[in-house]
Design a protein around this ligand. Sequence first.
Ligand code: PGA
Length: 248
Amino acid sequence: MRQKLVVGNWKMHGSRADVAALLGEISASLPAQAAETAVCPAYVHLAQALEVCAGSAVAVGAQDCSHMSSGAFTGEVSAPMLQDLGCRWVILGHSERRQYHAESDNLVAAKLGAAVAAGIRPIVCVGETREQREGGEAETVVAGQLQGALDGQKDLTGLVIAYEPVWAIGTGLTASPEQAQAMHAFIRGCLAGVAGVDAEATRILYGGSVKPDNAAQLFGQKDIDGALVGGASLDARDFLAIVGAGRA
Ligand code: PGA
């Protein structure tokens, strides 16, 4: 049985006051037997988030990391730095990184290797655009992203995949539970062919306009093991409701 996992992706939002208010409320009000929970604020808020969440069941992660472990890489933050700070998770290959920072599958693969080597658990994002779905290429695109990130990795301990159809991110359009389930089952089938991955034990999250009113239905699908939540993770009540929907 895979425990549900709900991860808040705060993207480039928030102030220190927001971190205190939002995480204060979330960490204090986490429902009993809720989904495993993590939040991923901006780098500059990680230390504060870790402090606010200390002693609670809310883990903290980053939204990205460097593919290198140290060196002359101005502006970058390495996986060992995140580990040293106390971060447990890192989101990798988010479609906004692929789109605005031209992240290739090769770069995502290098970041994944760096994260696992540092003991940070990776959440690797995959997903097709609207044009790709309409062109009947969704599965080919997702399979290619998985292969590009996972093939040849030495160690995939703690791997989590997030299926985030690009057309559903921040748009209010959610994949239907059936559409999402079909892709999650396809992804699990792909994972079964990757050396070093236990496909049945690997959690596959859905992301793309997850809200309190659609979370339970999504979580009711056989291969949906939780959510990567953007917009709704910036509202403590909404986020807590989604986490609550992931009760075992
Ligand atoms: P959204 O974002 O929930 O605002 O659609 C999800 C994500 O990008 O991770």
